[in-house]
Design a protein around this ligand. Structure first.
Ligand SMILES: [Zn+2]
Ligand SMILES: [Zn+2]
Length: 262
């Protein structure tokens, strides 16, 4: 599994882009930054988009992606998420008011995108992965994901405050190779983090105890860039060497990492 980081922050400023991972060149995990990071050919190659939730910073580029590749593809882009997330997209984005309903154009028999609900507690094959999700703690319905690839698995927390089920899924996964965990605010803004359904570095430390996989590298994403310096200092002060901040443009080859770990 090859992971290319298109965006890794929780807000937008020059040089800081909102969350999106490109997996094996054909699947997106969240769509906060796509069209500014990929050329048109790369955009047209995306068959599947997996969304954690319908907050703007995780799905806004879906609107521009589908519009860009409309005439370049012969099959719809499949949008995968729990039904509650898809319902929000249908009602609030692709509603023929804010943006066209691309699930019905150019024609309902050959649409530009297709909504594909993900069942609870059942793994679904998407691209090269087997995908499972669990609900996390966030003001809107949000999923964290486990992606099982042929050469190893990754866990992606989604946006969340303190939670349980997604860590259980990661704890039980024998070949877990990497965890992507959100951290948004510095510890002094803990009340704001809790109220908005996010974590601070101290919160991350508590969540990783629940994950209980001390051998697994942890990539932290979704920092609000205006607090980056503070959050970096607090992460360093935790003294946990497997923790580091995710950067846009990074590429991870899970096969290589799994080999290196042996
Ligand atoms: Zn977010
Ligand atoms: Zn959110």
């Amino acid at each position: 599994m090859r992971i290319r980081v298109l965006g890794s922050y929780g807000a937008r400023l020059p040089g800081y882009h909102t969350s999106s991972l490109l997996i094996d060149g054909r699947m997106l995990l969240d769509a906060g930054t796509v069209t500014a990071a990929l050329n048109l050919e790369e955009q047209a190659a995306i068959d599947d988009v997996l969304l954690t939730h319908a907050h703007l910073d995780h799905m806004v580029d879906l609107a521009f992606l589908v519009d860009n590749v409309l005439t370049l593809r012969t099959s719809p882009i499949r949008i995968w998420a729990p039904e509650q997330v898809l319902d929000s997209l249908r009602r609030h984005l692709f509603n023929d008011a804010v943006w066209p309903d691309f699930s019905r154009i150019p024609g309902s028999d050959a649409p530009a995108l297709r909504f594909c609900p993900l069942p609870a507690d059942k793994a679904v094959a998407i691209g090269n992965c087997l995908v499972e999700w669990r609900r996390t703690e966030h003001p809107v319905f949000t999923a964290g994901y486990l992606l099982r690839g042929r050469s190893g698995s990754i866990l992606f927390s989604g946006d969340t405050a303190a939670t349980e089920d997604i860590w259980h899924l990661g704890r039980e996964c024998g070949d877990l190779a990497m965890a992507f965990v959100e951290v948004s605010f510095p510890d002094r803004l803990g009340d704001l983090a809790r109220a908005s359904g996010h974590l601070t570095p101290a919160g991350v430390a508590g969540e990783l105890e629940k994950l209980a996989r001390p051998e697994v590298p942890v990539m932290l994403f979704h920092v609000k860039p205006q607090f980056l310096g503070e959050v970096e200092q607090e992460i360093k002060a935790l003294g946990d060497e497997r923790l580091r901040l995710l950067e846009g443009g990074e590429v991870f080859d899970i096969a290589d990492r799994a080999r290196a770990a042996r």
